[in-house]
Write a protein that binds this ligand. Structure first.
Ligand code: GDP
Ligand code: MN
Length: 369
């Protein structure tokens, strides 16, 4: 006989998996390959400010500056601001040396004495952009651009509805976990962008219309980071899109588990706070297309992981009290962990739950690599 606990567990686990799968397939079939309804023009060449936050980046900073230097964009229209938080590994010396060899690129160096986190540095750097700059690009020191990255990125801003643009990120190293995660993630983000906007942006490369920044600022609440810039831009009434025609590559470095927990943590903070924040600031504008996307993503991040946890708990309880079916289901669910995509999904649910618990007692701003 199948007991009530097991039935309930089955219902929850089905709900947990079927909803995101259905959303993914709907986006992939219906939206992913649609043409963009965004006006683009390669002749649009506004002045741009590129902000690069750095903390101990001596290994990558020269390559980063070279990547910017060889962009197929008029060099005179580019300004670069390095926002450093007291690097101790020679990053500053490397930048200064590079500047001497490349005097035709406008580069400013902003140095904070102490480390107050990436977001703090990014927001502070906004005070240094020149007033006639039309687009602000935020990009990590370890994110490498193809030479056309900037010009492609800028061309999307011809459309006055576009408030921010982010790129898909690819990895220079092979990591099957990261690949499975990105495959799912990129399909969803790009397809949502074609509908209207996506609620999560990619810190390694994202650009925002400067006048929006100047007028409305950016999310600066505790625990927030650049991934929530997308939601904020969408909540103030502009399209926040992830495009698929720019190649940005990032090396995988440091502890991946720590990185994934941090990523989950910022996702949780974004879905719990950004909408309230926009409303509190009085800049919130209702948009039905984005509200639908937001509600689904909110559910997937904040509620859906718990369905899995509750379901597993019920199955364990039921197995302990003698249900063979529950035991078999636990066995089958565990066996599936050999499948990479399934394992990545389950781990992501664990990270989200850990992040949610963690966010309820601490708001972190700084992370070890
Ligand atoms: P990950 O790619 O998310 O794992 O994070 P990274 O360690 O690559 O950091 C992303 C970017 O933020 C890099 O350019 C770092 O140098 C920079 N960064 C990280 N922490 C700080 C900080 O405290 N201050 C500043 N100014 N930059 C930081
Ligand atoms: Mn990085």
């Amino acid at each position: 006989m199948i007991d009530a606990l097991t039935v309930l567990a089955l219902i929850l686990v089905l709900a947990h998996f079927s909803f995101p799968l259905a959303y993914y397939h709907y986006l992939k079939k219906k939206w992913l390959n649609k043409p963009w309804d965004v006006r683009r023009d390669p002749r649009y060449k506004p002045r741009v400010s590129i902000i690069v936050p750095t903390y101990n980046e001596v290994e990558f900073i020269r390559k980063k500056l070279n990547d910017i230097y060889v962009q197929d964009y008029p060099r005179g229209l580019i300004e670069v601001i390095i926002a450093d938080s007291g690097s101790e590994d020679g990053t500053l010396e490397a930048v200064k040396e590079w500047m001497l060899d490349h005097t035709d690129l406008n580069l400013k160096l902003m140095v904070d004495p102490g480390r107050k986190g990436k977001l703090y540095a990014l927001l502070k750097a906004l005070n240094y952009i020149s007033p006639d700059s039309e687009i602000v690009v935020f990009t990590d020191a370890d994110a490498f651009w193809e030479p056309s990255a900037l010009s492609k990125m800028v061309s999307y801003f011809v459309d006055p509805n576009v408030g921010s643009v982010t790129a898909c990120i690819y990895y220079t190293d092979v990591d099957i976990h990261e690949e499975a995660y990105r495959n799912y993630y990129n399909v969803v983000r790009v397809a949502e962008s074609k509908i209207y906007a996506t609620p999560v942006h990619n810190g390694p490369f994202l650009a925002i219309r400067a006048d929006l920044l100047m007028k409305h600022g950016l999310p600066d609440f505790p625990g927030s980071d650049d991934s929530s810039f997308g939601s904020f831009i969408a909540f103030i009434g502009y399209r926040a899109i992830q495009v698929d025609d720019i190649v940005v590559k990032e090396p995988i470095r440091g502890s991946q588990v720590r990185r994934r927990i941090r990523r989950a943590y910022h996702l949780i903070i974004n879905f719990m706070t950004t909408k309230k924040y926009a409303k509190r600031r009085g800049v919130y504008k209702y948009n039905s297309a984005f509200e639908r996307i937001w509600r689904i993503e909110w559910w997937l991040h904040i509620v859906n992981p718990w369905l899995l946890l509750i379901s597993v708990t019920l199955l364990v309880l039921s197995a302990v009290s003698g249900s063979l079916i529950a035991l078999a289901l636990i066995g089958a669910g565990s066996a599936l962990l050999v499948l990479n995509i399934y394992r990545v999904w389950i781990l992501q649910q664990v990270y989200l739950i850990v992040a949610m618990l963690r966010s309820s007692w601490t708001k972190e701003v700084m992370w070890r690599r």
